[in-house]
Write a protein that binds this ligand. Structure first.
Ligand code: SAM
Length: 205
């Protein structure tokens, strides 16, 4: 199973890196919440087009695996052991649909972020899309023991989220070519969602 997932996972990583790196600034402190095995953080630092100088990426995990390529901090999954506005950028990639209380997690992400919260997740628009996302979610996570809740937001639900946390949408992707080859039309495209929230707008206003 791991051998089949590898090219799909590597393609996904390249797409996420290409989206995230242009949003980083020199010296940024980046927190990857629910970083899993830490490969996204390491891939950002090794980005082919160059990560800005002095960027530091650390992870925060409810279930720390051990042996990650970035520094990972364990916590209870509820209250982050960080001061308000203590990191520049928070990334939360394919984590929220695994969380029983996604709004509690988003509130914590927005609280600790000085500038950006970057969310990558799924979106559904009907029963068939929910079935496709659920199948993909199960196939990608069950072999690694990550529990699935099979709950996903619609686009309207995603667009209602930032106002709850005093954040604003800087830009969003409502369709993503996340996977290679034929995996993409079946499980990529409009089943994928990525959004960049500004958390400093109130300060700038
Ligand atoms: C599908 S994996 C995604 C891993 C990684 N973000 C990536 O993109 O490869 C979901 C991860 O979210 C973690 N997770 C779920 N709820 C969490 C929470 N409240 N705080 C931190 N991590 C959480 C799980 O332990 C799991 O490692």
């Amino acid at each position: 199973m791991a051998r089949m997932h590898k090219p799909i996972y590597e393609h996904r990583l390249r797409v996420l890196v290409a989206q995230i790196v242009p949003c980083l600034r020199a010296g940024d402190r980046v927190l990857d919440v629910g970083c899993g095995n830490g490969t996204l953080g390491a891939a950002l630092l090794a980005a082919p087009l160059g990560c800005p100088a002095g960027v530091v990426v650390e992870g925060l995990e409810r279930v720390v695996r051990g042996g990650e390529p970035i520094k990972v901090h364990a916590y209870d999954g509820k209250v982050m052991p960080l001061e308000d506005k203590s990191v520049d950028v928070v990334i939360v990639a394919d984590v929220l649909h695994h969380e029983e209380q996604p709004d509690r997690l988003l509130r914590e992400c927005a609280r600790v972020s000085r500038r950006l919260v970057i969310i990558k997740d799924h979106r559904i628009s009907g029963a068939l899309s929910k079935w496709r996302v659920s199948l993909m979610d199960w196939a990608a996570n069950a072999p690694y023991g990550v529990p699935c809740l099979f709950r996903y937001n619609t686009l309207a639900q995603w667009r209602g989220e930032p106002a709850k946390f005093n954040a604003t949408i800087e830009h969003e992707l409502t369709s993503m070519d996340l996977y290679p080859g034929l995996w993409n039309p079946v499980f990529g495209k409009d089943l994928q969602y990525m959004v960049f929230w500004r958390t400093d707008k109130a300060e700038n206003a």
